[in-house]
Design a protein around this ligand. Structure first.
Ligand SMILES: [Zn+2]
Ligand SMILES: [Zn+2]
Length: 314
């Protein structure tokens, strides 16, 4: 296994957390495929254009296809802009993320509002939400992936596309068997535990994420190239670490529910995160706690008693 990416990797500054994103480029006969694109930030787009031109002699007009790993703004925020400015580019995403996009603007403010956070925190989170709204154009894909496993052919190149729901409902990874690499988006990262961005009474985001992690072991001899951070050369070890992390947190959330008679996701933050959390991290903490609460609910161990409050199942 090599630490050098066998295909061109374009790493760009995002200007907001998690800091940098890596896109992957395939130049295949008359096709130019980019895995992920980026947010709708003029300076970012300018840098991307420069990089394509200086390093690969390509302009945006030369791109034929963009395949997204998932719908998050740092990956697909410029989708609508691309559709408008470069209509010949084919854009692909999984159907579940195309569906998720329809509620993405309302889901997040709702779950923050229902977390039990006080007004000053809600205000700070509303500002953060406004920032993300500004850097997202409408998702405007031309093609969708369906089901749990499919192939994706560009010229003579065939990728296996595996649906790995959890980080988002329609996350996919692209498997390039010839190079023995997996382009894993945000599904697995070398240092960060990916957030579970959608969970509800009918959708156990964390449960699906844990299953999706297990799927990766099938390609444990491959090298995993993520969208943020460093290459993962030992995916088995990383999967085990993340499974253990969530197992511990599931138990912690359950213990806290047992201890408090009735609680809100917001009240659980200081119990589960040791450090003094900066306000802009609250949204991540709320997503993490919600994912664990809904997972416990799906296992029959927790009950949501109203929009905001939770208790342990009797
Ligand atoms: Zn993401
Ligand atoms: Zn990302």
């Amino acid at each position: 296994m090599s630490n050098e990416c066998p295909i061109p990797q374009l790493t760009l500054d995002l200007g907001f957390p998690p800091g940098k994103i890596s896109l992957y480029l395939y130049k295949l006969d008359s096709y130019n495929l980019l895995i992920d694109a980026g947010p709708y930030i003029p300076q970012y787009i300018e840098t991307l254009e420069k990089k394509l031109s200086n390093e690969f002699g390509l302009s945006m007009h030369d791109l034929t296809t963009i395949a997204y790993t998932h719908v998050h703004v740092d990956h697909a925020g410029m989708s609508g802009f691309i559709a408008e400015k470069y209509p010949s580019i084919q854009q692909w995403i999984h159907k579940s993320d195309a569906d998720f996009f329809k509620i993405i603007e309302t889901y997040w403010p709702e779950s923050v509002k229902n977390s039990g956070a006080p007004p000053d925190v809600l205000e700070a989170l509303a500002k953060q939400h406004y920032f993300y709204q500004k850097i997202r154009t409408p998702l405007s894909v031309t093609n969708q992936f369906y089901g749990t496993q499919t192939t994706f052919t560009i010229g003579k190149k065939i990728f296996e596309v595996i649906h790995v729901p959890g980080h988002s409902p329609g996350c996919v990874i692209y498997i390039d068997h010839k190079n023995e690499i997996v382009l894993s988006g945000d599904h697995i990262l070398d240092k960060i535990s990916p957030i579970i961005s959608y969970s509800s009474e009918t959708f156990d985001g964390l449960g699906l994420y844990l299953q999706s992690l297990q799927k990766l072991l099938k390609w444990k001899s491959y090298t995993f190239w993520p969208a943020h951070g460093n290459v993962i050369t030992n995916v088995e070890e990383r999967v085990k670490f993340l499974l253990k992390h969530h197992d511990k947190r599931i138990k912690e959330v359950y213990q806290q529910l047992k201890k408090k008679e009735i609680t809100t996701p917001y009240e659980l933050i200081p119990e589960l995160f040791e450090f003094d959390l900066p306000t802009d991290q609250f949204s991540l903490a709320i997503a993490e706690i919600n994912a664990h609460l809904y997972h416990l609910q799906h296992k029959g161990l927790a009950v949501k008693i109203n929009k905001t409050q939770w208790k342990v199942a009797e």
